[in-house]
Write a protein of this length. Sequence first.
Length: 352
Amino acid sequence: MKNTLLSLAFAAAILTAAVGCASKTAHVSCATAPMLAYFNDGSVIDSAVVLRFMPDGSFQTIGKAEVKEDAVVWSGKVSEPFIGRIMCYITLPFGNGATGSTSTDLLFEPGRISSEDRVFYHGAKYNDALCEAVEKLAQYGEDSALIQELADRFSRENPDAVTGMMLVNSLNKMDLQRWVEVYESMNEEVRNLPLVKNNAKGAYANLLAKRAQEATAVGATYADFKGVWEDKEYRLSDFVGEGKYVLVDFWASWCHNCREEIPNILNAYKQYKKKGLEVVGVAIRDEAWATAEAAKEDGINYTIFNESDNSASSAYGIQGIPVTLLIGPDGTILAKDMRGVEIEETVKKYLN
């Protein structure tokens, strides 16, 4: 059934393109972007429109799309590649007339393009190049030299709008430093397109986090940061030194996995407190009252405080919690990311 729908959708796309073309000259070409829209929950597509991303952050509606045989089909005049969106308005299958919307972002270009998954588009020059580039990036893995070679070649050979779409599709596949370099080399108009700019914010944040994680890896000197508890300011450096080993637990009241680790931390603290173990619980992105309630519920009897101005998150590149550190008396990070019984075993290794 699906193959039949695909054939019908593509046939409809070609027919619509032929009707929609006023000219076949190079500067006025037809772009057909069929989007197959299957919803396993039984949602029904009522209508669809095509939007173009504008440099000022707005969207420009450039036309309505047709819904044919479970495919969304649009034809219009496209003289050069641009980044846009197909927005579908749907009726949800709840039986009460509830409605909603779903969208897909893609590169529009002269030619006929189609997709079976609303992610990768085929059938025209630049979309085919995008698919090939993203597939290669996935194959390159962590090979930064090959990633840089591909990114350099792609950015030289393709317009900025195409390169921008490649960056959007490859944020999790491309070396972050290379991603940022390619982004910064593009013209300002494409850099400021909402889709590209939003991905850039994520790339910059991930790059800063990666650098912070590398700077605070096992064997490195700990990074200091600020916190506050009951109107008193704390610093991690208040606890490090003087012959003490410091177990730092980055956690939050709302983090279920964090709170599952607290009994393990409490047990290690009980066993090795008299041998010089200090434990510091640093609450990340948490409200003080919620931290206090959780500490009481979990029986925390070691020092806790809330980070100030994301200083702990920035210093250690924290993107998910819990994160645990064991810091030696000289400030060296001895271990990181211990879980379960590994917490006590690691403490035992250094304090016995």
